[in-house]
Design a protein around this ligand. Structure first.
Ligand code: MG
Length: 376
């Protein structure tokens, strides 16, 4: 299948460049360099010990945020290649898309946001990712952060939502009111495909539902599971489930490629600037794939995210995160350097939030136990 949108590809040579100008590299273009900088960042390596959905204590085989990121990158890159978009930019954005995630998945993000709201602030993992690549990563003698290209920073800011003019004055340079290029638009749906199908897989392994229950809730999955059962009647239930899951990923990725091609050609856009100025995002699913994605999401909400084991884990980590946050607010002198100095100069809630957001699950647990002792 070749559905070329090559006129809408963001070419590295057309990049708006870096905050601090650098000489070109002899054999890597600017987006390849950005991808490599992200892979070498400490925040990227920390993704290994951050929960995706399932706490690792239950099994060695669940996704963590690093393996999830790799799955998003391969899906996004496949879609970009099929559409003749810029694969290097897409890959860099996919690898960076969760770099600002705090420990303990969405429970961690929600609790940090709740804590910050008490002080009139907020926590948003996309904005935190921008602070990481702009300030917290310190690897270069000539500039702070990773000095990424404008397009990669813009994609980090806008990966899951557009930016309205005036919404965040500190982000005014990232073209509020305009859509990001198609490469960045692909990430949100590639992320959705990756986590919906992976969560279905991990939750099935964890025994949260049967294949028949998933089939009843997601009609397309039911049909392919029936076909797989007819084709491989002797195969084990788990193998048949995985065969059907592969076809489900194919439907969703194919639906993203075809839906995006149809939307972009239907909109009559013929340049990156026209993609930016178009009133809606053009990376979309076909109606069939959208219906399946939404049925799948509903099923996962009911049977997985709201399930007893995950709810229990969520309340436990939420309470611990609130305790640790309050502890450092009461006594910022307990923060390690350079956060302690920073807390003296800046607002302590923001500094405490940055410190906790950067923690892995393991580092959070060790810090919590050191301060409050075991057995809480
Ligand atoms: Mg993600």
């Amino acid at each position: 299948m070749k559905l070329s949108l090559c006129a809408l590809q963001l070419d590295a040579a057309a990049s708006r460049g870096r905050r601090y100008p650098e000489l070109p590299h002899p054999y890597r273009d600017e987006f390849q360099r950005d991808r490599d900088r992200i892979v070498h960042a400490r925040a990227f390596r920390r993704l290994e010990d951050k929960t995706q959905v399932f706490p690792p204590a239950l099994s060695d085989h669940f996704r963590n945020r690093l393996t999830h990121t790799i799955e998003v990158a391969q899906i996004a890159r496949t879609a970009a290649a099929a559409l003749d978009l810029n694969q290097e930019l897409t890959e860099a954005l996919a690898l960076a898309h969760d770099i600002g995630h705090p420990p303990f998945a969405h429970a961690g993000e929600e609790e940090l946001n709740r804590q910050m709201q008490r002080y009139g602030g907020r926590f948003d993992h996309n904005l935190h990712a921008l602070r990481i690549v702009e300030h917290f990563e310190q690897r270069y003698a000539r500039f702070p952060g990773l000095n990424l290209t404008f397009e990669v920073r813009e994609g980090i800011v806008k990966h899951s939502r557009d930016l309205a003019p005036g919404e965040f004055p500190e982000l005014d340079e990232y073209l509020p009111g305009l859509r990001p290029p198609l490469e960045a638009q692909l990430i949100d749906l590639a992320d959705e495909i990756a986590y919906n199908t992976a969560d279905l897989d991990d939750a099935f392994s964890a025994g949260l539902f049967t294949a028949a229950e998933a089939a009843a809730a997601v009609p397309y999955f039911g049909r392919i599971l029936e076909e797989v059962d007819t084709q491989f009647p002797g195969a084990a239930e788990r193998i048949r489930f995985l065969e059907a899951l592969r076809l489900l990923i194919d439907l969703l990725v194919g639906g993203l490629i075809e839906g995006t091609y149809a939307a972009a050609t239907g909109a009559g856009v013929s340049s990156v600037d026209q993609v930016r100025a178009y009133p809606r995002r053009l990376a979309v699913f076909t109606p069939d794939a959208a219906a399946t994605a939404s049925a799948l999401k509903g099923f996962l909400h009911r049977r997985v995210y709201c399930s007893e084991p995950l709810q229990q884990e969520r309340s436990r980590v939420t309470a611990q995160l609130a305790e640790l946050f309050e502890f450092f607010i009461r006594d910022p002198g307990q923060l390690p350097e350079p956060y302690r100095q920073q807390a003296a100069a800046e607002e302590p809630p923001r500094v405490v939030c940055d410190y906790i957001a950067g923690m892995t699950d393991g580092f959070f647990r060790r810090t919590y136990e050191r301060i409050f002792g075991h057995g809480r």
